[in-house]
Design a protein around this ligand. Structure first.
Ligand code: 0PR
Length: 383
């Protein structure tokens, strides 16, 4: 396609975009059942559009926005039981995880850095390992799909820069035994990073609702950093990830000096330089607007839907759960899975079976009638 010589009419451009995006699945269609994203909250959209020009890469220019980002980080820290939080609203879980690994690597003074992480870890750690020259040491999972803590322990050595635990795995939404990992981290004097990209906006509320889930946050003294993504269950617009550190020194060791910016010199810890202030403002606005009670309601609905849907899968011949759900993710297998996936996709369902099972994520846009329609198709395919 050529770079156009002359511009098109605004209306025409918009019409063209409408036409070209017609193939996209939208959240309100009820067809997207396997995504960790959702339609952002209307207030967040408003805030995001209004402050679209703010750049946290040059915070001296946007002093108010920088303060708001700090407050957003403090509020996330508070949710995670940390009194004084250090961190950033970043582009997503990938950047947050990369920053944590970078901080651990820079803190540790070892020649051949190694990171121990569960086999269930998100692929963002593969990017981190490659970019940062950190060897990934994969720990085995137990039959319940949580990481085998004894295997983690057996892999700790002189080159270990840190351990990763997952609070809400990408595939199954399981929460590792973070308390045990935290004890291990303290015993061996290595930092523990908790990837709660998904679970961070679920577990605190689910616990308050009475769901029995392990502790996963800064109450555990071995936990030095947590990834918690507002653009997943936090209902914030993309991009909005969160990285929270227990101590300032983790930010210090990853900060680079940008001496010449229009707003004055600044130390920058994030991977991205120019970055959206609008994201941080939208996160701040949502937390202020929804509060703990608001998020609790969202999570209550998601968890109830999960329980109902899991039962429906148990009542479906030819389909079975991979394990009982811990968070609002249901993963199931079927007979003839490749064919089932193909037919479901053909019928317009946004699901994938790439890991050997189908994952349904009960995001806020997923409704019971969507799931009923899905179950009808599933049962028909299974015949
Ligand atoms: N950590 C965990 C535990 C994750 O599940 C994810 C993403 C990340 C980190 C990385 O986050 P970012 O994608 O924000 O960098 N997990 C989802 C997944 O891989 C991301 C996703 C979201 C995929 C929406 C598909 C989709 O439609 O499944």
């Amino acid at each position: 396609m050529r770079f156009p010589e002359r511009g098109m009419d605004e209306e025409e451009v918009l019409e063209e975009l409408e036409r070209l995006t017609r193939e996209d699945l939208t959240f309100d269609s009820g067809r997207i059942l396997g995504s960790m994203c959702t339609m952002p909250h209307p207030l967040a959209i408003k805030v995001f559009c209004r402050f679209i020009d703010r750049n946290l890469g040059d915070p001296g220019l946007h002093v108010g926005s920088r303060r708001i980002e700090r407050e957003a980080v403090q509020m996330l820290g508070d949710l995670l039981h940390l009194e004084r939080a250090y961190g950033h609203i970043v582009s997503g879980g990938t950047e947050a995880n990369i920053l944590a690994v970078r901080a651990f690597r820079n803190m540790a003074d070892v020649e051949k850095p190694e990171l121990i992480l569960p086999k269930s870890a998100h692929f963002s750690f593969i990017k981190a390992g490659e970019m940062l020259g950190v060897k990934l040491v994969w720990a085995e999972l137990k039959s319940d799909y949580t990481v085998d803590v004894r295997d983690v322990e057996s892999k700790i050595g002189d080159n270990t820069i840190g351990i990763v635990g997952i609070a809400g795995t990408t595939g199954l939404g399981v929460v590792d035994d973070i308390p045990a990992l935290s004890d291990l981290a303290r015993d061996y004097g290595v930092p523990l990073h908790v990837d709660a990209a998904f679970g961070g906006f679920v577990i605190p509320f689910a616990k308050a609702l009475g769901y029995d889930l392990p502790d996963f946050d800064f109450r555990l003294k071995g936990v030095q950093s947590v990834t918690i993504d507002p653009h997943k269950m936090g209902m914030a617009p993309i991009p909005a990830g969160g990285i929270i550190f227990r101590r300032k020194k983790f930010i210090k060791v990853i900060s680079v000096l940008a001496p010449y910016l229009a707003g004055g010199k600044v130390w920058q810890a994030t991977i991205t330089g120019t970055r959206p202030g609008a994201s941080a403002l939208a996160v701040w606005a949502l937390i202020k607007h929804l509060g703990f009670e608001g998020y609790k309601e969202i999570v209550a609905r998601a968890m109830e839907l999960t329980r109902w849907f899991a039962q429906e899968i148990k009542n479906t011949a030819g389909a079975w759960l991979v394990r009982e759900p811990m968070l609002n993710i249901v993963a199931f297998k079927t007979k003839n899975l490749p064919r089932v996936e193909r037919v479901l996709k053909g019928r317009g369902w946004g699901v994938s079976a790439h890991r050997g099972y189908i994952r349904i994520v009960m995001m806020p846009h997923v409704r019971k009638d969507h799931l009923e329609a899905f179950l009808r198709d599933l049962r028909e395919v299974l015949g």
